[in-house]
Ligand binder design. Sequence first.
Ligand SMILES: Nc1ncnc2c1ncn2[C@@H]1O[C@H](COP(=O)(O)OP(=O)(O)OP(=O)(O)O)[C@@H](O)[C@H]1O
Ligand SMILES: [Zn+2]
Length: 750
Amino acid sequence: MAEQRLSPHSRRREAGHRLSVLVPRPFTGPLDYKFDTPLAPGTVVRVPLGRQEIVGCVWEAEPTHLPVDLRPPRSSRHVAFSSLRAIISVETHIPALPETLRHFIDWVAAYGLSAPGMVLAIALRVPAQGGGMKPMLGWARKAGPLPESLRLTPARNAVLAALAAHGPASTAALSAQSGASAAVIRGLAHAGVLEESVLEGSPMSATPPEPDYAPPTLSAEQAEAAHALIEAVEERAFNVTLLEGVTGSGKTEVYFEAVAAALRHGRQVLVLVPEIALTTQWTERFAKRFGTIPAIWHSDLGQKARRETWRAVADGQQRVVVGARSALFLPFAALGLVVVDEEHESTYKQEEGVLYHGRDMAIVRARLAGAAAILVSATPSMETLVNVQKGRFRHEVLESRHGPACMPEISLIDMRDHGPERGLFLSPLLCESIEDGMKAGEQSMLFLNRRGYAPLTLCRACGHRIQCPHCAAWMVEHRRRRILACHHCDYTQPLMKACPACEAEDSLVPIGPGIERIHEEVQARFPEARLLVMASDTLTSPAAMEEAVRKIAQKEVDLIIGTQIVAKGWHFPDLTLVGVVDADLGLGGGDLRAAERTMQLLHQVAGRAGRGSKPGRVMLQSYVGDHPVMQALIENDFIRFMEQEAAQRRPGFWPPYGRLAAVIVSAPKETHAEALARHLALNGPHGEGMEILGPAPAPLALLRGRYRFRLLLRTRRDIALQPVLRHWLAGVTCKNDARIDVDVDPVSFM
Ligand SMILES: Nc1ncnc2c1ncn2[C@@H]1O[C@H](COP(=O)(O)OP(=O)(O)OP(=O)(O)O)[C@@H](O)[C@H]1O
Ligand SMILES: [Zn+2]
């Protein structure tokens, strides 16, 4: 209203410039501010918001760079210039966000129907938190010989080697370079080996990776694939290649050649890995090939290390980053290559806060930067295979393992005929094989994707099952920590003696195995064996992981018992037997990709066996041996399996043949959630090629004290979901603390 009363004359008299600023808050778009001088988009500024001062970024007023379908509706709010608040200051110590990153942020927001400000928050989390660039303190090697009494562990050696190679460095940089923890570095300082020193220039000033430091001799098959990848990078334009190769075929070595090509052209490289734990071994291999350590990026990294990396990536100094999906939001100055290792992994999906699929967004990131993308897998996702079939992605294949190694032999143990005694979980057949392996001095691994001791605690007297008070989920017993824990929220309670329902004493029994229970069984069966348990809650730091890997590599371990953390990427040459305790575990539930995912996980875990000179064996314990997943695994026929899967998804337009979005309605009261879900269904979009499924109570019908209902919107591929969803949800108001969450391309169906 005020706007209309302003005459053109009075508007001209106003001094200053109108600028759009995106702030890290859940608004639909940027807000307008004024400032004395014009500022380029990307400039990081401090602005007033309500009574607060916050850091935001000068932004394009309209997202015209987005495809029309993805553009959010134009904001109708227009504030008169005279009422605009002024930008307080320019944050000169933070580099401007590059255009490719800003456009990427808009893309992620628009695709997933998230507030752009909340996506910006991911990108600004690091630089906006720290102060300016103070003189940096770091560590240098103290002059003189090493003290006699010094115990030289591998981690300490790595620190000394990093210092010798790169000179003085901050704790974080040193830790990144050496893979050793801060505690190791402090320990060396304490022992009088290191001293504090002021660092000059950028704290990350590591020697840049050398593309020709130590190239491997590639096999003919590898060389051919590497050549294609190098060419893809040298086009200096967006393209995507699937690098498919059996486990142990040297996919990493091959895509390292593409990394080298990008480095030769002065461009930056981002490598995404699905599991932080994997960065340790990856980093070592990288160092062997390129003579230096890459930057590592994930949320467990210290604030300081992250700040340094952020800057070094922005000014182009840091050439290679390996990390988790959040590394996509780093301000790369000249991105030339994005690699997504184990592209089929569902862990690439961010399931909380701003939802996005790391693999899909990596492709968007590459496109916006004009970079090449390489997707790497032994068992590519159906989505990626369809893109290859349609000619959108290129395809390179490695068919055999590198060197003398051959593919492991996979066999099935039918638990209906060869099950163990009551209360035990390992078939006598599997135990015999473990024993044989031990006699031969070889290593074995037992895989069970379940942490803790037992997934369910039951009262023998009254049948009561102990459930989380906040979630529709059983409490999982963790015997070592003496607690019951909910794996969906943070709730824990001490182990109890009496049943909480009938108060019977000593009537509670654990049902089913977790890896702690398998550990117990193995200990009883093989008291001499040297065991190692690997799970996310036993290996909580990179240092612990590193120590575990060292033990295995130096053959201080006979048998590894692990969750999915052991399934991926590891290369242990002396590991010859893999036993899958419960191959059927992932098959239950109404998940669209349950079979595909189980296949991929088991194939990958099987791929850990026999990677050295000795042949490998894999034994799958299953009650459903005829299941297509088990058959595909023992026949090693991944192609046929995926064809069968495709045949099931194609007719109903299930992804990737159609599009899918989940709408999750939740509220503290069940009736409120249900009523809103029904209202949504009644007022949902309809028309040719689109359909609403549900509402139905979510499989996890109660989560953190909120009742949940799910709807699915399914459309044909040629219909964009976002405008439909936006239109549908725009008319709905949430009362009673109800909430609507949208998940475009859902991976989890809980
Ligand atoms: N050309 C080569 N020269 C020397 N070593 C090689 C070569 N190719 C592969 N290797 C070695 O073979 C092993 C397996 O390779 P790599 O880990 O890259 O396989 P992968 O295909 O990534 O396997 P996975 O899918 O199981 O992770 C590694 O130790 C690697 O260093
Ligand atoms: Zn819970």
